[in-house]
Each structure stands twice: as structure tokens, then as C-alpha cells.
Ligand binder design. Structure first.
Ligand code: TXA
Ligand code: MG
Length: 318
């Protein structure tokens, strides 16, 4: 775990235009001063994103939002009051002073206040909002430990803050208010049910309809090993001679015992399953298997975010 002195050093690095990987409650982010276009460009470079995709800007105080956007609709205010700090990102029409590279030229800006003491101290000490995507190479799973970041981005970042494993484990829910009705762009750490209990019906925007939101590209979050998201005995027979790994929600069936298996939550707790998801896929991916078979998860609460990530991991990118 990183101490306070190191967070201070990280803040100095951000102020000088460097890039720092830091923990949030969802996943680790790779951050730069949102008002420094060159620093933000380096984030894209290190992630090897094929094009400039809009980033989420992280703030340490809800009051900071006012300086970054044109206006805050009342439903957005309600969500901010209820869920911040926490795994919810709000998309609003941006103020002119936001560098184009942060929003990839879009008129809107994604903002969130993370619920993690290290992230909040870093933002406060840096004295600027921090633009940060998840700290993984483009197209790969988001990191949920400092070690994941070290393994994949290592010496390309100026500093990695270690806050232990991320408690939520899937990225933030993204709700956009940039058009006239609220839209769910990405299911995540706050469930759709919770959001609708505060502001009523939210339109779910299918991923294909959002080419401007690249986290929405079908083939995202993908490990190297092919994943099949469909529990069916036929796969075990079909791939008899192959090395198969299993990713199951609760208990594996008795006929599955001989395969490397990751159990997301023994007692079927969706929160625990979300927190374990990416690390479990990474462990299976490291085994050089021919195939990972994942069992579907009930699509309620956080199960919606988990299934969304599993579908993308399983997608062939077509
Ligand atoms: O939990 C999270 O949200 C993590 C932590 C680090 O905060 N961040 C994260 O960032 O997942 P990233 O860059 O991996 O995903 C951000 C998503 C992308 O799909 C991006 O396209 C979308 O947010 N996004 C950003 N700005 C947007 C905008 N103005 N309109 C629509 N989508 C936007
Ligand atoms: Mg990402």
C-alpha cells in the first residue's frame, strides 16, 4: 500500500504534466491533468488507443462540476447527491475551456467523483480535475490491482499508486444527460434499478448505436483466450482434447471438476462476483488455455454490468 508521501509525489507529477496510475473503487485509472492536452495525449499513447476516445474526468468535490459544464439538469443533480462519491459517471454538455483531446471533440464531458481515499487525495493535492481512462492497454481487461497495472504498463507510467484491490471491480455506470432524456451508456457499479429509483425510467442505449463511445465497442475487455459465454455440457464434449477453463458464478457442477475453475462468488453475491470478475479472467487467461467457458449470471443489479463485460469479452468483435 502506498503512503501519504507517495500520494504527494504523485500529485507533483500530475502538476508537472506527468501520468500516474491510481486506484479507484471501480478499477485503476491512468490519470493526467485534464487541462494539460500534452499530458492527456501521453495517456492515449501509453494505452495505445487507435483513436482518441473521450475520457472520464475525475473530481474530488461535486461543486467542481459547475466549472466544467454548461448546466446541470435537476435529474443529474439528484444522481450526484445520491451516488457521489461512487461508481457513477455523468455526461453533461461541456464548458469551452475543456481541451478537445479529453472529450475527443464531443460537445459533452463525462465526469465522476470516485469513492476512494487515495484517488480523492490525489485529485485534491494535484489541484486539478484528473482525466483518466482505465489503466489497461487498449482492448484489454481493466486492472483491479496495482500489480495488473505494473504487469501491463509498468515503466511507461511515471508512478503507480497501490491502494490494494478495487472493492467494486467493474467500471462506473455511465448516464448521459447530453441529449434531452437520460440515457444509460454503460451499465456499471451502480445498478440501473438504483438509478431508476431516483430519476425514473432511463433509456438503455444499445452499444451498436454509440460508435462515439468506444468503451462500447463490442470487442472490449477481451482477454487473449477465447471465451464462450454459454453454459452447455456440449462444449465439454466438443472440446474434449482441449484445455478448458471455467468461469462460474457459484459452484461448478460435478462433471466440471477437472478443469481450472474460477468461482466468482460461492454464495451468489453479485457484489462479490463483480469485485472478483477481472482478476479471475486474468488468472484464467494466464494459463494458456484453448478456451474459457463462462456461465451466464442473473441480469439483475450488478449482474447487468457483469454480463455486459462478459459479453464483450466473449464477442468476436464482429
Ligand atoms: O470506473 C470507471 O469509469 C473507470 C475509472 C478509472 O474511473 N474509468 C473508465 O474509463 O472506465 P474508460 O476510459 O476505460 O471508459 C470510459 C468510457 C468510454 O467508453 C468512453 O467512450 C466513455 O466513457 N465516455 C467518455 N466521455 C464520454 C462522452 N462525453 N460521451 C459518451 N461517452 C463517453
Ligand atoms: Mg477502459
Amino acid at each position: 500500500m502506498t503512503g501519504d508521501r507517495t500520494i504527494q509525489r504523485a500529485a507533483e507529477i500530475i502538476k508537472r504534466g506527468g501520468i500516474v496510475a491510481f486506484p479507484t473503487e471501480t478499477v485503476y485509472g491512468l490519470g493526467a491533468d485534464a487541462f494539460n492536452p500534452l499530458a492527456v495525449a501521453r495517456v492515449f499513447e501509453v494505452k495505445k488507443r487507435p483513436s482518441f476516445d473521450p475520457l472520464i474526468v475525475h473530481v474530488a468535490d461535486p461543486a467542481d462540476v459547475r466549472k466544467l459544464v454548461k448546466e446541470i439538469p435537476s435529474n443529474a443533480k439528484k444522481l450526484i447527491e445520491r451516488f457521489w462519491p461512487g461508481p457513477l459517471t455523468i455526461v453533461l454538455l461541456k464548458e469551452e475551456n475543456i481541451p478537445e483531446i479529453v472529450t475527443a471533440g464531443l460537445p459533452s464531458l463525462a465526469i465522476r467523483m470516485p469513492n476512494h481515499p487515495m484517488a480523492l487525495t490525489l485529485i485534491k493535492e494535484s489541484k486539478c480535475p484528473i482525466a483518466a481512462p482505465s489503466a489497461n492497454p487498449f482492448g484489454y481487461l481493466s486492472p483491479t490491482t496495482a500489480e495488473h497495472v505494473r504487469d501491463q504498463l509498468g515503466d511507461q507510467v511515471d508512478l503507480i499508486l497501490d491502494g490494494g484491490p478495487c472493492p467494486v471491480g467493474v467500471e462506473s455506470t455511465i448516464v448521459s444527460f447530453s441529449e434531452n432524456k437520460p440515457m444509460l451508456l454503460r451499465p456499471g457499479g451502480v445498478s440501473l434499478e438504483e438509478i431508476e429509483s431516483i430519476i425514473g425510467m432511463v433509456e438503455i442505449t444499445p452499444i451498436e448505436d454509440r460508435p462515439t463511445a468506444p468503451g462500447m465497442l463490442p470487442k472490449h475487455y477481451a482477454p487473449r483466450t477465447p471465451i464462450v459465454l454459454d453454459w452447455n455440457r456440449k462444449y465439454l464434449d466438443l472440446y474434449k482434447d482441449k484445455n478448458i477453463g471455467l468461469l462460474v458464478f457459484q459452484e461448478p457442477g460435478s462433471n466440471q471438476k477437472f478443469h481450472p475453475t474460477e468461482i466468482l462468488s460461492r454464495n451468489g453475491d453479485l457484489r462479490e462476483a463483480a469485485a472478483n470478475l477481472f482478476a479471475a479472467i486474468r488468472r484464467l487467461d494466464a494459463l494458456n488455455l484453448d478456451l474459457i467457458i463462462a456461465t451466464p449470471i442473473p441480469e439483475i443489479g450488478l449482474g447487468r454490468a457483469i454480463m455486459n463485460r462478459l459479453r464483450r469479452a466473449a464477442s468476436k468483435g464482429e
